[in-house]
Design a protein around this ligand. Structure first.
Ligand SMILES: CC(C)(COP(=O)(O)OP(=O)(O)OC[C@H]1O[C@@H](n2cnc3c(N)ncnc32)[C@H](O)[C@@H]1OP(=O)(O)O)[C@@H](O)C(=O)NCCC(=O)NCCS
Length: 326
């Protein structure tokens, strides 16, 4: 926490939030506060059971590429935040504070610690997804150097397609083939943004059984891949296959390969018994977004991405990427 923030929220006798690594013992309370904080903010009828069909806490805390932070006030657990490492790219969230202690600088303290983590990692491009219509959220993140850029639409479509051409599942590969696939996925991401590396996300999804990774074959090996979540321990939500991240090798066949990737994700959803396919498109990635619209995906959630130093990163026309940074 910066001195400025501390002095604004604490008099001589007031408590200051203490932030450290999120302890395993605090996971149930952290998960409860995530539900309660978002449920309360969104106005859900029963905030305690909001998002009971998904997990944003246990899976991230266990993942090697995620740093997890918890805040206490007077020794009581009051909030958490997560920093995700995708190589040269990182994003933060979900950031939550127990509703009855909001407005006391706890989010600020968590953010200060989170930004230190990105410094330690040397992350070049850092961003987050937030509520585009909340003055508080935009102002809070701006204090830490983030500026609002384009909307991200989190969109869904019915999954009906049973088959798709030329794709593999990461889970069905041998150990040696998995190592090769991880390298190929790094190569694909590298063509879009130098150093973008989804190895941690792929490994966490596979090792924790949170879903699977679709690998679309091309003329020169893997042309595209998508890390998909489904099931109650994942981030997807009920009856949903969620494309947490998808990317297509840059080049002449990128548009075609993107459509093949969407086909593969849909077939993966159907095979997993999920009727909905959920995918996020930052609107700066115009073509990737437009194809979702053309396929009759409809927006379920609209938010805005905020980027450190207003850096566009890979949110630009021609980048065939699916993600939403939640
Ligand atoms: C968003 C959330 C994490 C903020 O937590 P918090 O502990 O209340 O936040 P803080 O008190 O540390 O900081 C809020 C800051 O916003 C400022 N702020 C609030 N409303 C503002 C406004 N309209 N304009 C400008 N600044 C505003 C406050 O002054 C404070 O800044 P300061 O510390 O410099 O005084 C919390 O409200 C929450 O959990 N919400 C529900 C879940 C959520 O939306 N998470 C974030 C998703 S992206």
């Amino acid at each position: 926490m910066s001195d400025r923030d501390a002095s604004e929220h604490t008099g001589p006798n007031a408590s200051r939030p203490v932030v450290g690594k999120l302890d395993k013992n605090d996971l149930p309370e952290a998960a409860r506060i995530v539900r309660l904080a978002f449920g309360t903010f969104i106005g859900a009828p029963d905030p305690e059971t909001f998002w009971a069909d998904r997990d944003y806490v246990y899976g991230r805390q266990r993942a090697a590429h995620v740093a997890s932070f918890g805040a206490t006030l007077d020794g009581k657990f009051v909030g958490s935040n997560f920093a995700t490492n995708w190589g040269s790219v990182g994003f933060l969230g979900p950031l939550t504070v127990r509703p009855d202690v909001q407005g006391q600088g706890i989010a600020g303290a968590l953010l200060a610690k989170t930004m230190e983590q990105f410094e330690t990692w040397g992350t070049r491009h850092v961003g987050l997804f937030t509520f585009s219509d909340s003055a508080k959220h935009i102002a809070l993140y701006q204090k830490y150097g983030f500026y609002a850029r384009f909307l991200t639409a989190i969109m869904s479509a019915k999954a009906v397609r049973q088959t798709a051409a030329g794709w593999l599942r990461f889970s069905e590969l041998s150990q040696v083939q998995r190592e090769e696939a991880l390298q190929s996925c790094r190569d694909v991401a590298e063509t879009i943004y130098p150093g973008l590396d989804l190895s941690g996300e792929i490994s966490a999804t596979h090792s924790q059984g949170l879903g699977d990774i679709a690998l679309v074959e091309g003329a020169r090996g893997i042309a595209a891949f998508a890390v998909c979540h489904y099931g109650p321990r994942s981030e997807a939500g009920a009856d949903t296959c969620f494309v947490k991240f998808g990317a297509v090798r840059d080049g002449g066949s990128a548009e075609r390969d993107y459509l093949r990737l969407l086909d593969a994700c849909e077939a993966m959803a159907v095979a997993a018994g999920m009727s909905n396919l959920l995918a996020g498109a930052n609107m700066a990635r115009h073509e990737a977004y437009q194809h979702l619209v053309a396929r009759e995906f409809r927006s379920e959630i609209l938010g805005v991405t905020m980027h450190r130093q207003n850096d566009p990163g890979y949110c630009r026309p021609g980048a065939y990427i699916i993600d939403d940074w939640r």
